[in-house]
Ligand binder design. Structure first.
Ligand code: ADP
Ligand code: MG
Length: 570
């Protein structure tokens, strides 16, 4: 009887895996170690895909962007204390960006941690996680794993999505309970992100504003991309005839080349529109808080805002027509409203937008054709723009300063949720984590366009990319430094400026060290050929693109955020 007793038992390890699988989780992003190594081994044995990284922040970023891409929580697993803290940066970033993610960290013995008696990797992780995420839970008993995982999933994806921390003490994994009881304790979350239907009078208020507008504008943010209401959104835009802007990660929701896209006339439409409808976009720093010289005269513009989070309304300025609900339901309601009587915006408005657009596109065109060596940003991005145009379904990851700001404007996107970048914080370090998850979740080739500085924050994951043989092509815009590669030490001393790197670095050799393909290119034509080959072959590739160290500006487009010293000597 001792022999056949075991099949009737289950334990914490098994129940965590069962609970995740029952809820459709397929991929785990992780860095193994005590106490989660066996959990990961068992998860792989049970058919979950386990992607093992070199640093938790990158695993966390991968989980976060998996959440954005799939509308289901991305799951990251870490060890305790430092591993947890490394993952926490990504969890906070996910929460800030409204991406659903669950960070599961192993933790030390509660009894010892709470008495501060000095355990291995002792840390009160739950308390530390709480202010940095949407919700945080700890599971102490194996019987509670089912409900604990269910709570974490629902907290991550319902309402405004965000990051959830789940604390699993080491002892929990080894707890043994009856297998039948364990099976009964599992919970499959029903309707984890319920539709949130907008109130009819709020819809009418928004429609009245839209109908009275002379110069209407719609701004789509990454919330609109996340919502996966692509057809409703396209239908609304095309029926209404209202020009639109797409925030960075919303690009491609409608093609950037759509006749109603006002992307190339951005500064004009932000100033001149009289009614602006925000759809899943916050009026934060990325939209100059809805005021100042970016926008028209105070009082001359009225705002409609669609958001699932009621507290977002009036965050910076008055919202004349708040529309609280999920974007699919809100857009469908507006669509119904304009079906019964709607006049498209005047040719005076759309004609002015188009004229500005065409002028700006014509001005940019010759810069993108320049075939110089060393390259400047525009010449290099002109080549990458063609690459994406030829492969509209490829994923694009983008970070850096100039590399980010210029790529955002220059590379047109054609399909929803293809552009992944630094997001709400404008943070560096998301590159390789996002690239790995983009490949794993989409199965499509990934182009990661990275500043040399930005790449450094997650560069070791090129080994991960090679190990899993992912179809990722990394292009490093190498101008030898942060912003530029030309700064010198004002004292004349031996140390370089804090803003520069080793001149002439060959990042491509890093990729070769792990069996991937490396290439060094110095002209846009060479860049185009090397990237085409990588995207076609699907082989892990890193292309070191030599950019003029003098090209680029301080902090890219956001140089004005640097404080200025009154007493500076150097
Ligand atoms: P961007 O940076 O692209 O402007 P933000 O991250 O600032 O976008 O804004 C995204 C907004 O979308 C958040 O305020 C979030 O609450 C909202 N949001 C996310 N998902 C949904 C959804 N399904 N329905 C409605 N609003 C959503
Ligand atoms: Mg640089």
């Amino acid at each position: 009887s001792e022999v056949d007793a075991s099949p009737t038992l289950t334990d914490g390890f098994q129940l965590v895996i069962d609970a995740l699988k029952l809820n459709g989780i397929k991929n785990l992003y992780s860095v193994p170690g005590i106490p989660i190594s066996d959990l990961l081994r068992m998860a792989q044995a049970e058919g979950l895909r386990v992607i093992s990284f070199r640093h938790e922040q990158n695993a966390g970023n991968a989980a976060a962007i998996a959440g954005f891409l799939t509308k289901a929580p991305g799951v990251c697993l870490t060890v305790s204390a430092p591993g947890f803290l490394n993952g926490l940066t990504a969890l906070a970033n996910a929460t800030t960006n409204c991406f659903p993610m669950i960070l599961i960290s192993g933790s030390s013995e509660r009894e010892i941690v709470d008495l501060q008696q000095g355990d291995y990797e002792e840390m009160d992780q739950l308390a530390i996680a709480k202010p940095l995420c949407k919700a945080a839970f700890r599971i102490l008993h194996a019987q509670d794993i089912g409900i604990g995982v269910a709570r974490a999933i629902r907290a991550a994806v319902s309402g405004r999505p965000g990051g959830v921390y789940l604390d699993l003490p080491a002892k929990l994994f080894a707890q043994v309970i009856d297998a039948a009881e364990g099976a009964r304790s599992l919970v499959k979350v029903i309707d984890p992100a319920p539709a949130q239907i907008p109130a009819p009078d709020a819809v009418t208020r928004a429609l009245d504003l839209l109908k009275g507008a002379k110069r209407p504008l719609v701004i789509f943010g990454k919330g609109a991309a996340y919502a996966q209401a692509d057809e409703e959104i396209r239908g609304f835009v095309e029926k209404s005839g209202i020009p639109f802007l797409q925030m960075s990660m919303a690009k491609g929701l409608l093609p950037d080349t759509h006749p109603l896209s006002a992307g190339a006339a951005r500064s004009m439409v932000l100033k001149d529109a009289d009614v602006v409808m925000l759809v899943g976009a916050r009026l934060n720093w990325l939209l100059s808080h809805g005021k100042g010289k970016t926008w028209g005269k105070p009082g001359s513009q009225k705002f409609i805002q669609i958001d699932i989070e009621p507290k977002e309304m009036d965050s910076n300025i008055e919202i004349a027509a708040p529309l609280v609900g999920d974007i699919g339901s809100c857009i469908a309601a507006l669509r119904n409203g304009i079906d019964s009587g709607w006049t498209v915006p005047s040719a005076e408005w759309t004609g002015a937008v188009n004229a500005r657009k065409e002028a700006n596109i014509a001005k940019m065109a010759p810069k993108l054709m320049k075939n110089s060596s060393p390259m400047d940003f525009h010449g290099a991005l002109g080549a990458l723009r063609r690459i994406v145009k030829e492969r509209p379904d490829a994923m694009l990851v983008n970070e850096g300063a100039n590399t980010l700001d210029l790529a955002r404007g220059i590379i047109d996107m054609y399909e929803p949720r293809k552009r992944l970048d630094v997001g709400t914080w404008g943070v560096m370090g998301i590159g390789m984590g996002y690239a790995v998850a983009a490949a794993v979740e989409s199965g499509k080739p990934v182009l990661a366009v990275e500043g040399d500085s930005a790449f450094g924050f997650s560069g070791m994951e090129v080994e991960t990319i090679c190990r899993y043989n992912l179809p990722v092509c990394i292009v490093i815009f190498n101008n030898n430094g942060i912003y530029r590669g030309t700064d010198v030490n004002p004292t004349g001393g031996e140390d370089p400026s804090p803003m520069v790197f080793v001149p002439g670095s060959r990042y491509d050799k890093m990729m070769e060290a792990f069996g991937g393909v490396g290439a060094n290119v110095t002209t846009p034509d060479e860049l185009y050929s090397a990237v085409s080959e990588a995207m076609n072959s699907g082989r892990p590739t890193l292309i070191n693109a030599v950019i003029d160290p003098a090209a680029g500006t301080e902090s890219g487009n956001i140089g004005s955020l640097n404080p200025q010293s009154a007493v500076r000597k150097g």
